[in-house]
Design a protein around this ligand. Sequence first.
Ligand code: SAM
Length: 303
Amino acid sequence: MTYIYRLAGDDLELAEADLNGFLESQKINEEASRNGRLAETESHPRQLKRLALVHEVSEKISEASTVEELEVEEVEGSFAVRKEAVADREIEDIEGLIGDEIKSEENEVDLENPDTVFKAYVLDDRVVLGRQVLDIDRGLFRKRSNEKRPFSSPVSMDPVLARVLVNLSGVKPGEHVLDPFCGTGGILIEAGLCGVGVHGRDMNNEMVEGAEENLEAYGIINHDIQEKEISRVETDGYDALITDLPYGKSSEMTEDAVNNFVDLIEEFDGRVVFMYNEASVGGLEADFEVYVHKNLTRYIFIH
Ligand SMILES: C[S@@+](CC[C@H](N)C(=O)[O-])C[C@H]1O[C@@H](n2cnc3c(N)ncnc32)[C@H](O)[C@@H]1O
């Protein structure tokens, strides 16, 4: 069976990397193949809700260069066909055309609350028909945005971005992650919700207490957050290191914080994923650029 992922966001390469990191975290030894906004895998991973930049997942039924050539699937109960324009092409009444093929004495169309949702993805050169298996409620990320957390600060990271960093690390459930500049715990919340053990360090005790409060508000009771300056942080025993380096006026920082961090990761065996406000640091080049707002672009590094 082939699975189809409809990617979200403006940066489709980042969405693809989010998906591939997620596959690795599920111990799936396969990279997704991508065509524009659609990516496919042959494997069926668990924990699909962990994905940060995917709108929905479907099982592929068929694909063809014209709607007429598409093979449809028999279905009992109620169904609906919904189209998804993933390219700049329109096929008029594609839902009706496919619905007519599916319709039988065993089923009925219900556009409001169907048992089965078929998705018709219109690409530049072909049409793909799938049966939706998961509609990811991306609004759930907003429930964890800075202003919804018990402890907030201008340095807090957006939950979607934090989840992307966790996925890019490929960290698996049951493994352990360290965020040495944990701030309010934005990254640790997302890692903890993926079943990963969370460890945070920050030199500011207000952040340490705030991060603990935030983690507990989202049900992450097992945590290890300590007040520690980066030069005293130890990395033994962790599977991944994920962080957001201090920058700008809103983040208190010491002069050597970034250099000390670069030294620390040179000796670390596991995957390192971090954000910084410059495209290169300590001889490392950024892998992705993230536009935050008019005056702020940030960069993701995978080491
Ligand atoms: C950009 S913020 C991290 C934000 C975090 N990802 C969140 O979601 O809240 C950087 C953090 O690094 C901490 N920090 C700055 N310099 C430090 C140092 N030398 N050692 C340890 N922590 C430091 C700051 O207190 C701040 O909380």
